[in-house]
Structures are given as C-alpha cells and as structure tokens.
Design a protein around this ligand. Structure first.
Ligand code: IVH
Length: 676
C-alpha cells in the first residue's frame, strides 16, 4: 500500500513539472531555474522508481525516453494527412485565389490565414480525454509510424493538455511540424563531428533523423521543437475557423506559430509573404515559405480536395537562394577517427552573402546518388542558411571530360590502406599512426573542453607531429624547453608558457579526460555519463559490453566502440604513460550529490577574508549556483559589510540571510567533510 502522502507528493510534483514545462516551452518565460526543475524531476524519478505502480503515461518522467524498439508499428490516420500544392510567384497565388472564388461562386474578398511553412517533419498527436496517447509521423498521408515514445521526449509537446476550466475534449488529434532550431542544429553537428559521426546535412534531416530513432533516449538528447498548425479527428469541441484553431490550441498548452496572420483578401496574404521573406534570415528556425489557408472551415469543406491536396490551401514557397558553379576537384579530408570525407572544391560563388568554394559531399553513396563528377556544373545552396551543399548536377552542362571521382584506396596523408567497413557509409584510413588522424586527435586532446592546454593550436600541433616530437598524447608531457624553442616562430617565453600550461593541464577531471581520449562515438555528454556511472577509470576500462549497455544512453554501437578502444594495447599504453606523467583527477563526485546542489547563492557587500569571486567559486565547487540579482530563485543571501539595496530587498522578501561568519561555518563544514 502506497502511503497517501507519497501519492499526494507525486501528484503535486507532476502538476508542478507540467506547469513549469509549459512556462518554459510554450510561453518561453520560465519561472524557476533549470536546476530547480531538474531537482524536482529527479525527485519524481526517485519516487516512481520506488513505487512503480504510480507511473502514469502522462507523467513528466516519461520524457526521458523509453527502452529501445525493434521497429515502429504502423498507424492509420483516421483522417488522411494531405499535402500542399505549391506556388512560386504572386501570379500563381492570385490564380489560386481566383480558383477559390470560382468554386465558391463569389466575388467577395476571401479571408485567409497566412502561416510560416516550417521545414521539419509532419506529425499527428492524439489526446484522449486530455492525455497524450499516440504520436505518429505523416508517412504516406494514410499510414504513418508510431513514434509515441520519441514524441514524449519533446519538451514543447504536452503529455497532458492544460485544461484549467476548459472543457475536456474526448479526443483531439493535432497536427504540426517538429523542427530543429538552427542554433541547436549547429551545436549538434559540432558535437557529432567531435565524436567522429557524420554531420546532418540540414536542420530538416536532423529533425527527421532524430524523430525516427528506435532509441528514444537519442531523441531526448536532440534539440527539437514544434508548432501545431491544424487538427484531425476532434470529438467534444467544435471550431468554425482555422484562426479559431490557431488561437485555441495554445490555451491547451499546444504551441502555434505566433507569426501566423489573419489576412483579408489575397493581396494581404501576398503582402504577408513578402514581409516574412525579408525577415526570414532573422528567424531562429528554417522555413521554406508560407502556407495560405482559407480561414472559414465550412468554406474549406465546400472546396474539398483534389489529388490529395486541399483546394483551400497553397504553399507559397520562398525562392531558394541557389547558385550555379563548377566543381574543379574533389579532395578527401582525414578526420580524427580516420574517416575520409570527400569535399568538392568549386569555383567560388556568392550564396546568400557568403562566398562558397567548398562543400562536403559526405560519402561515396552520396556522390553516387547525386552522380557528381569532377568538372560538373552544380547547383549549390546553403543548408540552414549556413552549410554549403551541392543540391544537384546540371546534366545539360556536363562537359565531355567530366570524370567520376574514385575513392582513393590509400590515405592521401599517410599512404595506409583505406577500407569501407561493412555496414558503414564512410571509408576509413587504417593507418594507426596516420599523421592527419594524429594531428586531429592531439588538437582535440588539447582543446578547451578536453585537457584545456591553452596555446596548443593547430599550427603548433602540425609542427610537433611533423617533427616527430609527438607521436601520442603522452608525448606532450615529455616535451622539453629545448625542443620547443627549436620550433619555428617559438620564442623562449611562449615555450615556457606552453610548458606551464601543459603542466597545469595534468590536474583534470574524469569526464574531461575521457572526452580528451577521443573514443569514437563518445562526446562530452557521454563522457560525463560514463564518469557518473563508473566513477573510476579502471572500472570503466574493464567493463564488458553488456555492463556498458546497462548505462542509459549507451547502445550496442557505442558499447562496442568503448570496448575496442580500451582493448587496444596501444591505447592502454598511452593511458598508462599519461598517468605516469602525472595526469590525475579527484575522485568523481556526481554534481547532484554535492552538498549544496540546488542552492542558489547571492553575495552582497564585502566579505572579510575573500573576494566575491572566490566565494562564488567555493559554493559552485560544492554544487551550488550563484545569482547577481535578488529574485525568488535565490535560496540564500550572504550579506557582508556595506550590503545595500539588495539586502533590503532580500529582507523584504523574507529570504534566508547569512552573515559572513555563518557562511564561513557552512563552507568549513563541507570542505572539511570532503577532506575527511
Ligand atoms: S498545413 C492540408 N501548415 O508542409 C494541409 N503544413 O506539403 C496540410 N508544413 O506535410 C498541411 N508548415 O509537414 C501546413 N503551417 C503549416 C506547415 C505545414 C509546414 C508542412 C507539413 C506538410 C507539408 C505540406
């Protein structure tokens, strides 16, 4: 029997988490710091682990992901999900308006709704009595895939409708577009490159790839967002206009695009299109046009559909800023994990304000699929307005001497054999001491988020490797002043500084060290997770694949990669030599287990024996956060001498206020505890 107090606590936690989720994702106006949210979520997870009977499908805990699936089930859409006819200029949009009027036998202005056309993946979500019960892809419009587990990990999608005093619809199927904001897309690709995984070509592919994951933990780690733009089956509520749908859904916690607009007559809709076209670059996500829809639902029904597109809507597409250029050569670049990436070298061309002369071609399959040859004229565009990509070949312009690219059978840098492993899209250089790989590995090892050796840049790494001074990570810790000053453009002072930096880097943390090793598929995030789980390098190095796979977010591929990394005698040797050279870290303490986790400190006035920055560093090391302004988020105010208005405000708000002496006592308690 579960105590009533626990049941009550779980219900309250859930309500609070739903509410804060809504503030954060839908209103974009969080009320509490992320740390506080995380703490509540952890508490809920703990309680649910203890009392699994209490877990419900709409619990916020369901957002963290579910066990991986073998395959997706198929889902039938009760109302087919149609697609849109396209228009490319004002004339075509006016023709659309004429057709609408003809069919409705009217000369009156038609009321339209204009909406950004999001570039992502269409989904349909079913809410039964307010609870999310199913999420599906559009598929072919009639049948989609059941991606419920993945959908639930997206913070912007409510697991339960916000009802307040709104009526509960028996059933509400909503449709919308899941997309990846450009910022998140760039970050994700940077991480993927660091982990030796191929980057996504554009935010749309990244969103689609993330949603169609059999392992929902992967989806949970991806920055996805959503805008709803319509409904399917609805039982228990009625709408008369599309605008009513767009303005009602947000009351239920379902985000609709705030840039949608009601337009009287087609000219206003066209004006809206050109306005958005100008603003397009300033949006944090990609859109590929606007959708213009007849607002009145009764009129929509009268108009009906033709060849699976509604007659009441049209997508007015932005002109893609594509340019024509010629491929002069295709070269290959060797990455840290030995992956060879083919890169097109093109005649420089201006695309959306930036000069483009290179574009990744990803891998051999991609080159073959697009039939790209050296000498071809190609259309290029910038995916996500950022990354240049070759869209297609202009076959009519193919010169007679254009020739297919043949993947080199040996590494262009070290001459070792190049192989394409079964099941992999990429070719790899097998050279264990390939200088290109080594340079990339050393550069990564020294980077800020890894061992953080300031001053060890790409040029210096190139020299160290080319001169044979560094053959593995451990060699860095045996460099001498004499060797360094002999390098080109290296003054004694800088050499001295570098040696000091190298020395300083020896004191690191386990997550930083693991990340620095550059284990294929293990980026910063997984390094942190591994450190948290194993706490000790020796234990991790010995862990069999099955044990590794028990760790959340670690699947068979990553487990195999980790195992084979630590099974390689060379790698074991380098790790041993690094430790012998003095690379060390304190025993790993989980951040959430630190004594001041969840606290937010504010310092005001002068402290007698330390600066404010020192005090902040102290509490941060104990797991707390710090703030500069008084707010309800702050959990503890430390008031030193001459504390002014902040102290007054804190007092007025009835906050917990410490004297510098009380503060020192607390800190001493935890720091001495830690030592002992
Ligand atoms: S309305 C029948 N509105 O465009 C109307 N679609 O070709 C169907 N899309 O698969 C869709 N933003 O993925 C609509 N504001 C928006 C949209 C939108 C993006 C996508 C959607 C659909 C495709 C239509």
């Amino acid at each position: 029997m579960i105590p009533e107090s626990i049941q009550k606590e779980v219900t309250q936690l859930r309500e609070a988490l739903h509410y804060h989720n809504y503030r954060y994702y839908v209103l974009d106006d969080p009320e509490i710091p992320d740390a506080e949210y995380d703490r509540m979520m952890r508490h809920l997870l703990e309680l649910e682990a203890q009392y699994p009977e209490l877990v419900t499908p709409d619990s916020p805990s369901q957002r963290v992901g579910a066990p991986p699936l073998e395959s997706f089930e198929t889902v039938r859409h009760d109302l087919p999900m149609l697609s849109l006819a396209n228009g490319f200029d004002d004339g075509e949009i006016r023709e659309f308006d004429q057709r609408v009027k003809r069919m409705l036998k009217t000369d009156d202005l038609i009321e339209y709704v204009g909406e950004p056309k999001m570039d992502g993946l269409a989904i349909e979500i079913r809410y039964e009595k307010g609870i999310l019960t199913q999420g599906a892809t559009r598929g072919d419009g009639f049948m989609g895939e059941d991606i419920t587990a993945n959908i639930k990990t997206i913070g912007a999608i409510p697991l339960k409708l916000r009802l307040g005093n709104l009526p509960i619809p028996n059933r509400l199927d909503v449709r919308g577009e899941v997309f990846m904001p450009i910022e998140g897309f760039k970050k994700l690709n940077e991480e993927r490159e660091k982990e030796g995984q191929p980057p996504f070509a554009n935010p749309r592919n990244a969103a689609a790839g993330s949603l169609r994951q059999l392992n929902s933990h992967v989806t949970a780690s991806r920055p996805l967002d959503v805008y709803f733009y319509g409904v399917g089956v609805v039982d228990g509520m009625t709408f008369e206009t599309h605008w009513e749908i767009l303005t009602t859904l947000p009351n239920y916690g379902l985000k609709t695009n705030p840039h949608a607009r009601l337009c009287q007559g087609i000219e206003n809709a066209i004006f809206y299109f050109h306005e958005l076209e100008k603003l397009r670059e300033t949006f944090p996500y990609e859109m590929d046009g606007v959708v213009i829809k007849v607002n009145n639902l009764a009129l929509q029904r009268r108009l009906g559909e033709v060849s699976r597109s509604p007659r009441w809507a049209i997508a007015y597409k932005f002109p893609a800023s594509q340019e024509l250029t010629q491929i002069k050569d295709i070269i290959v670049q060797v990455g840290r994990t030995g992956v060879l990436t083919p890169v097109a070298v093109m005649k420089p061309v201006e695309v959306e304000g930036a000069t483009v002369s290179r574009a990744t071609l990803h891998n051999q399959d991609e080159i073959e699929r697009k039939d790209i040859r050296i000498g071809d004229w190609v259309i290029v565009q910038r995916a996500g307005g950022v990354i240049p990509e070759v869209v297609r070949v202009v076959l009519s312009k193919r010169p007679p001497d254009a020739h297919p690219f043949v993947f080199p059978s040996t590494c262009p840098v070290c001459g070792s054999p190049v192989v394409r492993l079964p099941g992999e899209a990429s070719h790899r250089c097998m050279g264990i001491s390939c200088p290109a790989q080594l340079k990339a590995k050393i550069f990564h090892f020294a980077s800020k988020r890894a061992m953080d050796i300031d001053g060890l840049g790409q040029k210096l790494v190139d020299q160290l490797v080319d001169q044979g001074l560094v053959k593995d990570f451990a060699d860095l810790y045996h460099l001498s002043l004499k060797e360094l000053v002999n390098l080109e453009r290296m003054a004694e002072k800088s050499a001295q500084n570098l040696l000091e930096e190298i020395e300083r880097s020896k004191q690191t943390t386990l997550p930083h060290f693991l990340y620095a090793l550059g284990i294929p598929l293990v980026g910063e995030h997984l390094a942190q997770i591994l450190a948290e789980h194993f706490g000790d390098l020796g234990v991790l190095m010995e862990a069999p694949e099955e044990t590794l796979m028990e760790v959340s977010e670690i699947g068979p591929q990553v487990a195999r990669s980790i195992r084979s990394f630590f099974d390689t005698p060379d790698n074991q040797g380098v790790i041993r030599r690094l430790r012998e050279a003095g690379v060390r870290w304190s025993p790993f303490v989980k951040k959430k287990e630190l004594p001041l986790a969840g606290e937010i400190f504010l310092f005001t006035g002068a402290l007698p024996d330390m600066t404010r920055d020192e005090a902040k560093a102290l509490v941060e090391n104990l797991g707390a956060q710090t703030a500069n302004q008084v707010s309800r988020k702050v959990t503890c105010v430390v008031a030193g001498e001459k504390a002014g208005s902040k102290l007054e405000k804190a007092k007025a708000m009835g906050m917990r206020i410490l004297t510098p002496e009380q503060f020192t006592t607390i800190i001493r308690k935890y720091t001495s505890e830690k030592k002992g």
